[in-house]
Design a protein. Structure first.
Length: 332
């Protein structure tokens, strides 16, 4: 590759991730002595391809590069220019833009490792990440391709020479993804919560909401249950009373019973005869605590879960407006 040939940086590091023989591997090769022969190489075997992707391998490759910069090249960062070569375009964009995606925690680790190196040294020479075609005839590129294939087949550098993250098995790609999804969901709820007009009022009830308690509770819940919890805490449960006040339903009356009472949360929690069975199991869980003070109950994970389950069982958390008359048809 021409650009690579013109590159006069005294330090060049090549990195590659590989999926080879059912394994995922990563490698980085360092050229720092000006002779054209590699100075050092690092390899890491991630595991079988059923557990880890080549993409994660590319990310681990960058971590190995960062490790070279932190250890072998420590005194030359900020003195000499350093070029880093990868054939993974998305590794470059992700490393730059911090986009969320699978293996994001690996890219975060890369950034954590290189952060202290930025702006180091009198010349403050930055290291540059460059893209190199996978098929180019550059010796460094061929060498790192070989090393990554070795790594994919289980031939790792001894853990003691690797950064701490790579000294124990990485979380499975899939579970890392699920963790990310959970985090995204929490952010979503936090946004929903923060935009709620009831926020100030609720802050008094539970000072560290939504962070600590809510996150802990939401972890143990299904998506639907967590959504009901938000509706309960923000007072946005779509009951007829709530809908009527917003001109979304023609009547505030409870559709489930014949008491002709407004369908408020208080009504369905404490008195509606249609939910007697659900209520008695709820009462067993909250052990004599008053249901009319449900806001305080929501701060306790066990009790919150019991109330959420109650609402879930009433099926009133998402059905929206129901005509009082519809009751006779829906209840056999
Ligand atoms: Zn009722």
């Amino acid at each position: 590759m021409e650009a690579e040939a013109r590159d006069t940086a005294p330090i060049k590091i090549y990195t590659d991730g590989s999926g080879f023989n059912d394994g995922a591997g990563a490698a980085a090769v360092l050229y720092a002595n000006g002779t054209g022969a590699p100075t050092n190489s690092l390899r890491h075997h991630l595991g079988p391809l059923t557990d880890h992707s080549t993409y994660e391998g590319e990310a681990v490759g960058l971590i190995l590069v960062a490790w070279f910069l932190r250890t072998h090249c420590k005194n030359r960062v900020g003195q000499d220019s350093i070029s880093i070569y990868t054939d993974c375009q998305s590794a470059i964009t992700t490393a730059r833009d911090m986009k969320l995606g699978p293996g994001q925690y690996l890219f975060n680790e890369f950034h954590k490792l290189i952060a202290p190196l930025r702006g180091q040294g009198p010349n403050r020479v930055k290291f540059t990440i460059r893209w190199i075609s996978a098929h180019s005839d550059v010796a460094g590129n061929e060498k790192v391709d070989e090393e990554a294939k070795e790594a994919a087949q289980g031939n790792s550098t001894p853990p003691i020479f690797l950064p701490s993250l790579l000294r124990r098995p990485l979380p499975l790609g899939k579970s890392a993804l699920l963790q990310q999804a959970k985090k995204d969901r929490k952010e979503e709820w936090k946004t929903e919560w923060n935009s709620s007009p009831r926020k100030k009022k609720m802050k008094k009830v539970d000072k560290d909401f939504p962070h600590a308690n809510f996150s802990k509770m939401a972890d143990a819940m299904t998506r639907r249950q967590a959504s009901i919890l938000v509706q309960l805490r923000t007072g946005h449960l779509p009951l007829n009373d709530y809908l009527y006040k917003r001109k979304l339903s023609p009547s505030p009356t409870c559709p489930a019973c014949t008491t002709n009472r407004d369908e408020t949360l208080d009504h369905i929690l404490t008195e509606c005869p249609a939910y007697m069975k659900q209520r008695s199991s709820l009462r067993r869980t909250i052990k004599g605590r008053s249901l009319s003070k449900y806001h305080t109950l929501l701060s306790d994970p066990k009790r919150a879960m019991a109330i959420v389950t109650f609402i879930e069982n009433t099926k009133r958390w998402k059905t929206g407006y129901m005509k009082p008359a519809a009751r006779d048809q829906s209840e056999n």
